[in-house]
Design a protein around this ligand. Structure first.
Ligand SMILES: NC(=O)C[C@H](N)C(=O)O
Length: 517
């Protein structure tokens, strides 16, 4: 809600209640706090003679002489009650953007001590109440997802946006305090970092009549994809400036129709150079998430989210469950077990999957949930390390336990971080920094590069990770031991807010078959 100065001769309070008070006239300094962090906090318990309030009409209750208008502005899930004489209420319809002028005075109604008694209303952006899509009744998450451009106006969804912003601020503080350099990595790339072929190929077939033979095939004269991970580029930058991090858009052409997958999402990734042990990378992840847990434990928006109502656009985890997640994040020790130990635990369980599970298989969500519930006692996140080479990416450093049967039995120096009642939220590894070992690992996984004696025309570029020659170059000139991790940022927001699907924490979600606006 913002209060604005109408003219310099009138003592209107001028501030944006959602953010910072600005140029508050002297007369108001005693009544209006200079800094207010949310709408709830603005509402003073004393009267204020003349105020102007900007906001959106959330609902209207029209009586014969008076209209009761709930006003919100996205700075809080709360609203302000405005009492408007019926003859001044024209255009105050649900969804309208308005500026109300009046006085802040004690209320006789229930539910608030004060209300805005409106003397004059300006309708700045009218709204047709009949067609306004957000009605004050339960609307299914799927219906709301069909209009991502309007959905953020729901108070719960705007709180999620503010929450997301607070997490970014606390992560930035954390990495600053550790002297990590924040970097920007490219969206368009000629490499497939995960080597999984889940890239979107955005090379444009121009069908051009140009005489240049190359120009009518690919815009960039070679196959180009949207990035599946910033990691490889971060490794290059870490070799230049030391520890680096980024929070950037990431794209995966997976056909997974689950609450945990999006085709476009944000990934937070960090890379540490001159690092010999995976433990340092896991320590970093743990410290980072604990920092977020501590920094935001007093956050107003977190408190707001915990008072959420059924009006939210998403199915929500229970308040107790969300409180346990925050406790878990702040807990002192996070268990670290190996993949082999994890398989043993799962095989010894009474769960239906226990009989079928084999060493070498990737862990499914049901396995991860079981481990988080039992190893982490349902609160602390759990690191699972040393996965088999055959199910992990080519760049991961071998643990040196390779046997004669190629990849069978070999594990890599990596981890997945599992959080209770959710799924894998982060993954990281030591990177293979020795050229020959990296090439061996790529060959084992069937990837061919210019170091191999094969006809480039015969090479399936996507299966070979796209163009990785530059990545191999890094190993030729001063490549120290290094490691890093990536954490799905939208998943983190889900986990900490209790929203059950990533389709509701990303403002404009894209998944297989859906890209609405
Ligand atoms: N930066 C990372 O370690 C993330 C990793 N490349 C992944 O996509 O899972």
């Amino acid at each position: 809600m913002s209060l604005l100065s109408a003219s310099s001769s009138r003592p209107w309070a001028k501030l944006n209640v959602g953010l910072l008070a600005r140029r508050v006239p002297r007369a108001f300094l005693s009544t209006v706090p200079r800094t207010v962090a949310g709408f709830l906090e603005w509402k003073p318990t004393n009267s204020v003679d003349e105020v102007q309030v900007n906001g959106y009409v959330r609902s209207v209750r029209a009586q014969k002489k008076t209209h009761f208008v709930s006003l919100g502005d996205g700075s809080s899930m709360d609203f302000l009650q405005a009492v408007v004489p019926a003859d001044k209420a024209e255009g105050l319809t649900i969804g309208a953007a308005v500026r109300l002028h009046g006085s802040w005075a004690p209320s006789r109604g229930q539910g608030q001590t004060h209300e805005l008694q409106v003397q004059h209303a300006d309708v700045l952006g009218p709204s047709d109440a009949k067609t306004f899509p957000l009605q004050k009744k339960y609307q299914t998450p799927e219906y709301l997802r069909s209009m991502p451009h309007i959905r953020p106006r729901i108070p719960f969804n705007s709180a999620l946006l503010r929450f997301r912003s607070e997490i970014i601020t606390s992560l930035t503080q954390f990495f600053d305090s550790r002297q990590f350099v924040q970097t920007h990595t490219p969206i368009l790339t000629s490499a497939d970092c995960e080597g999984g072929g889940e890239v979107f190929d955005i090379s444009v077939d121009k069908q051009s009549s140009s005489s240049d033979a190359n120009s009518n095939t690919h815009f960039f004269r070679r196959p180009v994809y949207t990035t599946v991970s910033a990691q490889l580029h971060l490794e290059a930058l870490a070799q230049a400036v030391g520890n680096v991090w980024t929070l950037s858009p990431t794209f995966r052409a997976e056909q997974s129709d689950t609450p945990r997958h999006l085709s476009e999402f944000y990934m937070l990734e960090a890379e540490m150079s001159f690092t010999d042990h995976l433990d340092s990378v896991m320590d970093l992840v743990e410290d980072m998430l604990r920092h977020v847990g501590n920094a935001l434990s007093d956050s107003k928006v977190v408190k707001e989210l915990s008072t959420r109502t059924a009006e939210g656009s998403s199915d929500l985890a229970s308040i107790e469950e969300v409180a346990a997640r925050w406790r878990g994040l702040r807990s002192k020790s996070w268990p670290r077990i190996t993949y082999t130990e994890a398989i043993e635990i799962l095989k010894n369980s009474d769960e239906p999957f226990s009989q079928k599970l084999q060493w070498g298989q990737d862990l499914q969500t049901e396995h991860e949930k079981f481990l988080a519930a039992h190893v982490g006692k349902g609160e602390a996140p759990v690191f699972v390390t040393n996965y088999p080479r055959s199910i992990k990416a080519f760049y991961m450093k071998s643990n040196g336990d390779r046997d004669d049967e190629l990849t069978l039995g070999e594990t890599v120096d990596c981890f997945d971080l599992l959080v209770p009642n959710f799924c894998e939220i982060a993954g990281g590894s030591m990177r293979e920094h020795r050229l020959q070992d990296l090439l061996d690992s790529m060959r084992q996984l069937g990837m061919r590069t210019s170091h191999d004696d094969v006809d480039p025309d015969e090479t399936n570029e996507v299966a070979s990770g796209g163009n990785l020659d530059w990545y191999l170059d890094l190993r030729q000139w001063g490549c120290p031991p290094h490691g890093g991790f990536g954490i799905g940022f939208d998943r983190l927001v889900c986990y900490l807010s209790g929203v059950q699907t990533i389709r509701d924490t990303a403002a404009f979600p894209r998944w297989h078959g859906r890209c609405d606006c």
